[in-house]
Design a protein around this ligand. Structure first.
Ligand code: ATR
Length: 280
């Protein structure tokens, strides 16, 4: 029931109509019986400053920020949390004591999905990360927070982009090794795809070169969630390897945002059901 007391949460993006976030967050709100509602706002780039002013004026209880606003919004909030500053992108804005604070919950989302769904309480010493875009930045940040990871192989089609990302997040060059997407990944304990290869409508594509052999001891996470089972994940399953899609990362990053806004830990299973029902 939307009433006079209902607090408004939302997502700003361009485009935004196909986002699964309202279904995911409203499912949690309903399950918890909280007095909130979550909506999608189509905000074009030129409207972003006014949208953030509007957030203040309307007293919105929180916003998710998606493409193309994740970088530009950093200059419009009052404070940027450490992880968002290092990642270089904000995906969550919350009013804290009258000030707007920008957070990034993507690194938490990926690490929590690996822990809970992948059973990885400890990370393996060697990890391969495919991709060097915005998504890869958040994943690499999360990985480098974990001291048990000795080496991250950062593989990308455009090697220079991977080199720049490695310089940014691993300035001493101690733990990140850069290479092309065709680099060998046979002996890693965890392989994460953060490229868009294999995403709908290119469902026949895999980021791994033909002939790559995955071992049964390499957990594979594809952050793509449309489709839920990518070609890469089918390759992993064929090799007998644990295979995780991007649904968990999406739900856990959302759960973290939800907790920042409401102070309540939401039921992540319910959020996943919301995504599956809402995005169908
Ligand atoms: P996001 O914010 O989702 O990470 P992005 O910043 O555009 O999006 O990054 C997309 C990633 O997918 C990049 O690593 C990109 O490789 P390049 O840096 O070489 O462009 C990778 N990618 C996308 N399409 C690809 C393709 N057809 N082949 C190889 N890599 C691809």
């Amino acid at each position: 029931m939307i009433a006079g007391s209902t607090q408004v949460l939302g997502v700003i993006g361009d485009p935004v109509a196909h986002t699964a976030s309202p279904a995911m967050h409203n499912a949690a709100i309903a399950a918890l019986g909280l007095d909130y509602a979550y909506v999608a706002f189509h905000v074009r780039p030129q409207g972003l400053p006014a949208a953030i002013d509007g957030m203040r004026a309307l007293g919105l209880a929180g916003l998710n920020v998606t493409v193309p606003h994740k970088v530009a919004v950093m200059d419009l909030v009052d404070e940027v949390a450490e992880e968002a500053r290092v990642i270089g992108a904000v995906n969550t804005v919350a009013p804290i004591d009258g000030r707007l604070v920008g957070y990034n919950t993507d690194a938490y989302g990926v690490m929590e999905s690996l822990r809970v769904q992948g059973g990885l309480e400890a990370m393996p010493p060697r990890v391969a990360l495919l991709g060097a875009g915005g998504a890869a930045r958040a994943v690499l940040y999360g990985l480098l927070q974990r001291p048990e990871i000795e080496q991250v192989l950062l593989l990308n089609r455009t090697v220079e982009r991977a080199e720049a990302l490695a310089r940014d997040l691993d300035p001493g060059g101690k733990r990140v090794v850069v290479g092309p997407l065709t680099g060998p990944v046979a002996d890693v304990g965890l392989l994460i795809n953060s490229t868009s290869i294999g995403m709908h409508p290119h469902e026949d594509a895999s980021p791994l070169p033909a002939g790559t052999v995955l071992g049964p001891h390499t957990t594979v996470l594809d952050i793509v969630y449309k489709p839920l089972q990518t070609r890469l994940l089918r390759q992993a399953e064929k090799a007998g390897a644990p295979a995780l899609n991007g649904l968990g990362m999406l739900a856990y990053q959302g759960a973290r945002s939800f907790e920042i806004w409401t102070g309540v830990k939401p039921p992540v299973e319910v959020m996943m059901q919301g995504i599956l029902g809402g995005a169908a």
